[in-house]
Ligand binder design. Structure first.
Ligand code: 5AD
Ligand code: SF4
Length: 454
């Protein structure tokens, strides 16, 4: 088997499922493949190597991956030299790797989230031995490998992973099992990567971690996330910084002070509450209650009146009653979120919640979910309407082919469409908001540039 069988230089198709961390991991996979001489395609038929970077967060995500792996069988039949590789969170679960081994014999290589930096060696083994490789090599979980090449997907937005893993064991969540214990990169390494991105002209840089608020605790010389953010904000240049995800149990006033005083830090806070009910939060093992969450929000809003807050919510956690669910509805009205990522609870193998009694039927949960979405649409529409008349600093991302308008995002991550020249794409523009349509804003280029606010 040879990846060069069908052309001079091998071609890879990488498909990424799930969260931004997976997107960032895939950029490392592509960086290494590029160094090995690969070019890239979106068309499976053209590829010598197809790699799926998978997500295990919910059953639906896993089902999609299994469906798409199954569909590769026919392509492999037509192109027997095609190499099929699977990696990411799903592959860290022994029952999944077993199922691949048994039911998908055309898969050549399987490796987990801890082995990304070993991709060249794993590919080499697969090719040279001509055997299927299922990587099980035990990893030193405390280890962080720096210097893996990165091939970034965009030229305007970039991701910087500041920490790996999670220690929280929220009772519904598979992440701590598949990504291991929390470990932070050294601040110097982060700063170097960050400075390089600013120099290269990136305008929107997102710091990534499962719980950025506990960044730095495990370092030999501990540094808080607020300190790291402050240091990065000192890098001169025309850019904005975002970060995700924050955990309410570890968020500090100091962090909000740094955000409020920062020159480049977006006034955007993604602070997942998951539920508005104290009993459910306790069962979720979240280590905060509704009042702690609301008091954080109150403080953050006091420091940043223009703050845009987004969140993740789980509907239908095992044992949740309709009355308890109503506490979530009232919380979203009280906070006034800009947008929400909403999920119906999905049992994950090996988690505590998987074994909890779950008497509410799926159909009922689905009704609650609709109720939540309707409430949030109203909240988002009100929030967007309140922005009409303001001038916002917008990072212009593209010209929308359908409307012919430029489209960009405010510091609070709200989409704004407005007429303007192509030359504005990839730059910041001051846009006066003239209209709100549900959760999308319309505007016009401002004549008078207001005081810059990211
Ligand atoms: N079921 C439903 N949603 C989940 N999430 C994590 N695990 C589950 C699960 N088992 C959601 C949480 C988390 C987001 C990334 O995914 O809301 O914040
Ligand atoms: Fe999962 Fe909780 Fe860790 Fe987030 S903080 S990754 S929800 S265990």
């Amino acid at each position: 088997m040879s990846v060069r069988a069908r052309g001079a230089s091998p071609v890879a198709m990488i498909h990424t499922y799930g969260c931004q961390q997976n997107v960032a991991d895939s950029e490392k996979i592509k960086g290494q493949l590029e160094q090995m001489g690969f070019s890239f395609t979106d068309a499976a038929e053209e590829a010598d190597l197809i790699l799926f970077n998978t997500c295990a967060i919910r059953e639906h995500a896993e089902d999609r991956v299994f469906g798409n792996i199954g569909a590769l069988k026919n392509i492999k039949r037509r192109h027997p030299s095609l190499l099929v590789a699977l990696c990411g969170c799903m592959m860290e679960q022994p029952h999944v790797a077993e199922r691949i081994q048994k039911s998908f014999p055309f898969v050549n290589l399987v490796f987990g989230t801890h082995a990304i930096h070993r991709l060249p060696g794993l590919l080499y083994d697969t090719l040279v031995n001509g055997k299927r490789v299922f990587d099980h090599q035990p990893e030193d979980e405390s280890k962080i490998v720096e210097g893996v090449p990165v091939r970034r997907d965009g030229t305007v937005k970039a991701w910087v992973t500041i920490m790996y893993g999670c220690n929280n064991f929220c009772s519904y969540c598979v992440v701590p099992y598949v990504r291991g214990r929390e470990r932070s990169r050294e601040p110097e390494a982060i700063l170097k990567e960050f400075e390089g991105l600013v120099r290269a002209g990136y305008k929107d840089i997102t710091l990534l971690g499962q719980n950025v608020n506990s960044y730095g605790k495990s370092l030999a010389n501990p540094v808080s996330f607020a300190e790291l953010l402050h240091r990065l904000d000192q890098v001169p240049g025309d850019y904005r910084i975002r970060f995700m995800t924050s955990h309410p149990k570890d968020a500090t006033k100091e962090l909000f002070d740094v955000m409020a005083q920062g020159k480049h830090i977006s006034h955007h806070l993604h602070l997942p509450c998951q539920s508005g009910n104290d009993r459910v939060l306790k069962e979720m093992n979240r280590h905060y209650d509704r009042e702690r969450y609301l008091s954080l929000i109150r403080y953050a809003k006091k420091q940043m009146p223009d703050l845009s807050i987004t969140s993740d919510i789980i509907v239908g956690f095992p044992g949740e009653t309709y009355e308890e669910f109503q506490d979530t509805i009232s919380l979203i009205r009280e906070v006034g979120f800009t947008s929400l990522f909403t999920f119906i609870f999905s049992p994950r193998k090996g988690t505590r919640a998987e074994k909890m009694e779950d008497p509410v039927p799926a159909q009922e949960k689905s009704q609650w979910f609709q109720e939540l979405c309707a409430a949030q649409e109203q909240v988002a529409a009100e929030r967007c309407a309140s922005m009409v008349g303001r001038t916002e600093r917008v990072l212009v991302e593209e010209r929308n082919a359908k409307t012919g308008l430029l489209s960009g995002r405010t510091g609070g991550n709200i989409i704004v469409d407005f007429p303007g020249p192509d030359s504005a794409v990839g730059t910041f523009a001051q846009v006066k908001i003239t209209q709100a349509r549900n959760w999308i804003l319309k505007g016009e280029l401002a004549q008078q540039f207001a005081e810059a606010s990211v």
